[in-house]
Design a protein around this ligand. Structure first.
Ligand code: FMN
Length: 175
């Protein structure tokens, strides 16, 4: 991949992975990238929980009734949590870190997918956040934004077609 533009064009959500663990150096590099993500007032309120334990991945996959099943078979996931006491814009900080994680994974030849946790429900009485906090021992005061599955790709996704980009969303000087 020779430019950021090409990386952005080729990055697609990958939900099927080879049965091959992600090397420790690659995981470390992705995590260091997350720690370099911009944060409002440099609050750094995020926490990243790496999960590669199969039983826990299966349980994580059950945090919602749809949209998360493939987590059960992913080699690993990074759960992005945040201490809302550290920033009034925790959602933005956590989302930027999550995006950096996805782009870092792509840059290393890995596929990834964002799985939404915040605002989703495990069942009628329990949020997906509370279910995951309980599962992973995350302090109750933290928020859980998402989890990002990462692994070697076992599906082909077409890059973005530049001819089909929504150019009518672009405005100059005035809407
Ligand atoms: C905020 C957000 C939440 C998402 N939640 C899920 C999810 O819960 N499950 C899932 O499979 N994909 C999820 N995705 C991935 C999107 O479905 C995907 O990015 C979108 O369809 C565009 O496809 P692409 O990533 O291949 O370009 C989410 C993406 C974002 C940015």
């Amino acid at each position: 991949m020779d430019s950021f533009y090409e990386l952005a064009k080729n990055r697609r959500s990958i939900r099927k992975y080879l049965d091959k663990p992600v090397e420790r150096e690659k995981i470390d590099s992705i995590l260091r990238t997350a720690l370099m993500s911009p944060a409002s007032k440099r609050a750094n309120g995020w926490e990243f929980i790496v999960v590669d334990d199969r039983e826990k991945l299966v349980k994580l996959s059950q945090c919602r009734d749809f949209g998360s099943k493939f987590v059960a078979e992913a080699p690993m996931a990074i759960v992005v949590a945040y201490d809302p006491e550290k920033s009034d814009v925790w959602f933005e900080d956590a989302s930027i870190a999550a995006t950096f994680i996805q782009l870092a994974a792509e840059d290393l030849g890995l596929g990834s997918c964002w799985v939404q946790v915040y605002k989703r429900h495990y069942n009628e009485t329990t949020t997906s956040e509370d279910y995951i906090k309980d599962l992973l021992g995350i302090p109750a005061t933290l928020r859980v934004l998402n989890m990002i599955t990462i692994g070697y790709k076992d599906e082909e996704r077409k890059p973005y077609d530049e001819a089909k980009l929504l150019y009518d969303k672009l405005h100059y000087n005035q809407f």
